[in-house]
Design a protein around this ligand. Structure first.
Ligand SMILES: [Zn+2]
Ligand SMILES: [Zn+2]
Length: 271
């Protein structure tokens, strides 16, 4: 079974129509974001031979619907604790309605603060602030069994605090949202283009490439490009930009680049 030994990460879905991933140690299994429906989450887990009932907790990065769409139903069906910041919970609670228009509540909720690490079982979780237009958005690092995993999507740029957090990671899941030129000439209205490109929007292939050539420490064995735009990016353009930037750093040996997609789960990455 997934995560039976060591640390593993599997991205169930990634993109503006829903985000969800699983981070496991041999003892603890965390669902990071719940942006696809409960049914689809279960379906994708089962297809990978994984049992949803073994999840220990749900962690939420921010309240945008592509990160919380299935949250209420998943928390209810699995009867597990949801972890998010207080401001994210308030924003979620204000916006969410169930199928009959009622405001649902979470039976088990734990609030964390950005910058303060905590443990979920044997996994040390560090939430850190990211620049994005949500109430209190965070990225995460996870440490267990001598392995470090970093996740940062939905961010307008990579400020120094985020670059610091991403140092020493064995696996990075990072946003490579759009190709700047495709976004410029693409179909989005100007106001939406401006939002995506802003300092609290989404990270471009170009901005990520800049990180790889300048700030990145080169420690990761795997780099997963995530939250790709279906309108304003192409998987091979994103991959090409990342590989070219990493290729400029001749000392980097590992750094296998992989792509997370919207429509199907990635195979689990074992560390
Ligand atoms: Zn978002
Ligand atoms: Zn998102």
């Amino acid at each position: 079974m997934l995560g039976a030994m060591g640390v593993s990460v599997s991205v169930l879905a990634s993109g503006s129509r829903g985000n969800s991933a699983i981070v496991c140690s041999s003892r603890t299994r965390i669902l990071v974001d719940a942006g696809i429906s409960c049914r689809e989450t279960f379906k994708r887990m089962k297809a990978a031979g994984d049992d949803p009932r073994t999840l220990s907790a749900i962690l939420i990065t921010h309240e945008h619907s592509d990160h919380v769409y299935g949250l209420h139903m998943l928390a209810k069906k699995l009867n597990i604790t949801v972890f998010m910041t207080g401001a994210t919970h308030q924003a979620w609670a204000k916006a969410v309605r169930d199928a009959v228009g009622e405001r649902p509540a979470l039976a088990k909720l734990e609030v964390f603060s950005s910058g303060r690490s905590f443990h979920l079982g044997d996994i040390a979780v560090t939430p850190f602030t990211i620049p994005h237009d949500a109430a209190d958005p965070v990225g995460f690092t996870f440490r267990a069994e001598g392995v470090k995993v970093g996740m940062a999507t939905d961010l307008g740029y990579l400020p120094p605090n985020v670059c610091d957090q991403l140092r020493g990671c064995d696996l990075l899941v990072v946003e490579s949202n759009h190709d700047l030129e495709m976004l410029r000439v693409g179909p989005y209205p100007w106001s939406v283009k401006q939002r995506v490109m802003s300092r609290v929007g989404h990270l471009s292939n170009e901005a990520l490439a800049e990180f790889f050539t300048s700030d990145y420490d080169g420690k990761a064995s795997y780099i997963v490009l995530a939250h790709l735009s279906e309108q304003n990016n192409h998987p091979e353009i994103a991959r090409g930009a990342a590989q070219k930037a990493l290729g400029c750093r001749q000392t980097l040996l590992h750094n296998r680049v992989m792509l997370a997609t919207q429509s199907e789960p990635m195979e689990a990455i074992r560390l």
